[in-house]
Write a protein that binds this ligand. Structure first.
Ligand SMILES: C[S@@+](CC[C@H](N)C(=O)[O-])C[C@H]1O[C@@H](n2cnc3c(N)ncnc32)[C@H](O)[C@@H]1O
Length: 210
């Protein structure tokens, strides 16, 4: 197969887009099938990657929820609305690089929705940029590109700027307090070992629904 590809690559090359198109189409088909199967079970026992977007943590284990119907996204909805998921059914909610994209009232709405959909004993893991570490990094003279990217979000394009900008961030201690006030228990910071984002400027907190 490899020899065939090497030999005819110059003829195949102009049609590479077909491969990407077929692969995305196939992934989308699998995602919507998976989402339908979980919906039929009222999502009982599902694990969600909230805003996995283009960069889901583990697509085999988690349903990827996002606003944009990207190829790897299973469920499309706007987190600022009530989630289309019943109360107390979700096994685990994971969310990375998400909360900072919302205004404070939306952050609180989203955290309350996490609490509502989780089953008793269900696990929440939430990772977001650490405004305290970023401020310390700035004062310590760290790379300004890195500092700005964490404060304000990474610029990708004018079209997606509204989704990419950072709008509100809590330091880890305050996030722990907010989660406790919402009724989560065993709330604590754990090592940022996801391999997704810079552990120097992002934290990971786990909490359990009582
Ligand atoms: C920075 S990406 C995070 C991707 C991935 N979780 C990671 O850790 O790299 C933020 C995601 O949030 C999604 N998003 C932004 N606003 C949203 C909204 N109102 N509802 C649902 N998803 C939203 C974007 O489409 C994007 O995929």
């Amino acid at each position: 197969m490899k020899r065939f590809l090497d030999r005819y690559y110059r003829y195949i090359r102009p049609f590479r887009f077909l491969y990407g198109w077929a692969k995305d189409g196939y992934t989308k088909m699998q995602c919507s099938k998976r989402a339908e199967e979980w919906k039929a079970k009222s999502f009982r026992g599902a694990k969600l990657d909230i805003c996995g977007g283009r960069n889901p943590l583990n697509p085999q284990e988690y349903l990827n929820v996002d606003f944009v119907a990207l190829p790897k996204v299973d469920l499309v909805f706007d987190l600022r609305e009530k989630f289309p998921i019943p109360d107390g059914v979700i096994e685990e909610v994971f969310s990375a690089a998400t909360l900072e994209h919302f205004r404070k009232p939306h952050v609180h709405h989203i955290l309350r929705e996490f609490h509502r959909i989780l089953k008793p004993g269900g696990l929440l893991r939430v990772s977001t940029p650490d405004i305290e570490a970023i401020a310390k990094g700035l004062l310590a003279g760290d790379d300004l590109d890195v500092i700005n990217q964490h404060f304000f979000g990474k610029f990708k394009s004018n079209e997606t700027e509204d989704l990419d900008l950072h709008k509100w961030m809590y330091p880890a201690g305050k996030m722990i307090e907010v989660l406790q006030e919402m009724g989560f228990t065993d709330v604590r910071r754990i090592p940022m070992d996801l391999g997704l984002h810079d552990p120097k400027y992002n934290y990971l907190i786990r909490a359990v629904k009582a």
